[in-house]
Design a protein around this ligand. Structure first.
Ligand SMILES: [Zn+2]
Length: 177
């Protein structure tokens, strides 16, 4: 996918995820907050997510200039670094969301795959759903991928576990500590 696709995907994902996070999955279908309070909460969440997610969505393609494209910064070890970074250093929260969605869009939405296990393996993984990044289908595919991502995230947030569960809370729930 090209830069335009990744920015569109990151921006729409931040908006959708911000709205999803503003709705408390434990509060049931009847929301006690006033519409104005809910809108303020959603707007704050969207703002909080917007820049980190868009920056994350742009980051992997830095390997067009430094390293091997679709390999050096398009792999799970790089994603793991972005997931761990906030816990270790206390900054760059949410950037991993943008990096993760960049991978999804490259795997699902474009013809060439990415080397998920680089540097262990240079094999590029792809799904047959991809279209050429220059084709007229690039934008529709970007929208569909974003919509599916948001549907999955909402289902997880409402039915499995709240996505804003902190690492400590999640570890406690799993009985790790
Ligand atoms: Zn890419």
């Amino acid at each position: 996918m090209n830069k335009e696709g990744h920015v569109t995907n990151g921006a729409l994902l931040a908006v959708g995820l911000g709205v999803i996070l503003a709705v408390d999955p434990t509060s049931g279908p009847l929301v006690e907050e006033t519409p104005a309070a809910l809108a303020l909460e959603a707007g704050t969440r969207v703002a909080e997510l917007s820049l980190p997610v868009i920056l994350g969505a742009l980051f992997p393609d830095v390997d067009t200039a430094f390293g091997k494209h679709r390999k050096t910064l398009h792999n799970l070890p790089v994603l793991a670094v972005f997931v761990a970074f906030p816990y270790v250093f206390g900054n760059l929260q949410f950037v991993w969301v943008g990096v993760a969605t960049h991978y999804v869009l490259d795997v699902v939405g474009s013809k060439r795959g990415i080397a998920l296990f680089y540097p262990l393996s240079s094999q590029e993984y792809d799904l047959p759903t991809g279209v050429a990044t220059s084709s007229k289908w690039a934008n529709p595919v970007t929208f569909v991928v974003t919509a599916v991502e948001l549907a999955v995230l909402a289902a997880v947030h409402y039915y499995v576990f709240a996505l804003d569960t902190s690492f400590a809370e999640a570890a406690a729930l799993l009985g790790l500590f």
